[in-house]
Structures are given as C-alpha cells and as structure tokens.
Design a protein around this ligand. Sequence first.
Ligand code: DUR
Ligand code: ZN
Length: 135
Amino acid sequence: MTKEQLVQEAIKARKNTYSPYSKFGVGAALLMKDGQVIHGANIENASYPLSNCGERSALFHAYSLGYRKEDIVMMAITADTLNPVSPCGACRQVINELVPKETPILLSNLTGKIKETTIRELLPYSFDEIENHEH
Ligand SMILES: O=c1ccn([C@H]2C[C@H](O)[C@@H](CO)O2)c(=O)[nH]1
Ligand SMILES: [Zn+2]
C-alpha cells in the first residue's frame, strides 16, 4: 500500500467521526505488517475534555485487537485543513509510547497534501518511563 492510499484510508476513517461540538472531523489509519488497515476517528462528548482524538482512537483500536508497536508500518492522519493536520500534544505523548520512533507518520488534509514526519521529530526530548526507569 502506498502513502497516498493510506491517506485515503484516513479520509475514509474520518467519515465515522462523532464531533457534534467542534464539527471538526479527524481520521487516522494505521497500516499493519499483516496488511490490515486499522481506522480511528475523533469521538467527542458533552463533557468536552473526555473527547478522544482520531489518532488515539486508531492506536487504542489496534492495541485492543492485540497489535503492538512492532506491527505498525505507517500512520496517516487527516482533517479538513488548509495545511496537513498536526497531532495535539496529548496524542504526541501517546504516539511516542505506542508507535516506533522512526515509523513514517503522514500528516495530511482532504486534498491529499502530505507532510511526512516521525514521532521523534514531533516530540523531541520525550518522556519514556519504560526506557528510563531504574530498578
Ligand atoms: O490532531 C488532532 C486535533 C484535534 N482532534 C480533535 C479533538 C476534537 O474532537 C476536535 C477539535 O479539536 O478535533 C483530533 O482528533 N486530532
Ligand atoms: Zn490529539
């Protein structure tokens, strides 16, 4: 699957957004090593801070199916923005733990504009409890 195709999967995933408050839909798609594509969309709540972003929905979906970071080949994120959408700080922290450091992350918009990056670029000097913890 090409990068452009994974972005199209993120655009499909966005169709399931539940965002009546912000009316800002976000879709995410993960390409897995077994060829499966896992979708996620942002899901909001009347108690606004309980809303979940599209990026975290996709990752929690994949992990709930039993996938782990080493199974992830590529991640795409999309929204109806002028420039490719960029994940919020909370998602960066979650991506940092659940996605390998050098995995391509495709930031995109609905016109198919793509900015390729990694979590290492998006969250430098990250907090990693597992790697830093001393026993
Ligand atoms: O990268 C982002 C940024 C925002 N949102 C969601 C949160 C909220 O539902 C809506 C508006 O912020 O978009 C995401 O899903 N991902
Ligand atoms: Zn987020």
